[in-house]
Design a protein. Sequence first.
Lengths: 126, 143
Amino acid sequence: MKHMYTWGAIVAVAFASVVGDILLARAMKQVGDVHELWKRSGLWTVVARTVGNPNFFMGLAAMAVGFFSLLFALSWGDVSLVAPAAASLTFIGNAFAAKIFLHEKVDHRRWMAAMLVAAGVALLAG
Amino acid sequence: MTFRKYLVLAGVTVFAAAGDSMLSHGMKQTGEISLHHLQSIILAVGNPWVAVGIVLLLAFFASYMNALSWADLTYVLPATSLGYVLLALVAKFALHEAVSPLRWLGIALITGGVGFVAGGPSLTSHEHSHPTTFDAASSEVTS
């Protein structure tokens, strides 16, 4: 039963993280390069434009869900299972989601990187 | 890629690794959270390890937002995955934990993955949304 709870929490962490990452990435692309913006209009503009972005808030909410799911998962399962499993699922999920929702050019190079990192992270649990 | 951008990516990597390890250490001290006593998750924030972990994760978040403003998500994520390698090296050399051959293979795979994205462009150029003079010129020729 505890095993099922742990894996349920792991999937919840990965799903919430992917949703959060996509929304936050979209928000920051709408804000624009913060170095340029900071130089041009100051730090206050950067903060105001980021906090005022609706995608940023929804992304933050998704990340909060992911964070509390992670706390649950960590209290039920070993960190050596929970952290790598959730991270691996998140890497693969993000590569798909970034291609579909952010229209990023996920070429062979980036697929290879996502797969290698996901496999490597899973092996670190061994 | 400028030096400042590499510094931001390094910040994402280090803050995430340090924050996560403090959080997991703190949650092990707090003990299991039961579905029937959800309020204990609020008490967990009072644990100093969890509190410092949260501060470090806030620093991670600021660097992460910074990186996402000028690079693709599918670039930032693999590029900052060296944090896992960092954690394994800390476990080996600072905490004197045994690192198995399988873990070394994992470290090698992650490092290889980072190498794959590091050689490519950091940002997808969306020609449709920002037409360049070159695109405008070529479409004139075709029409």
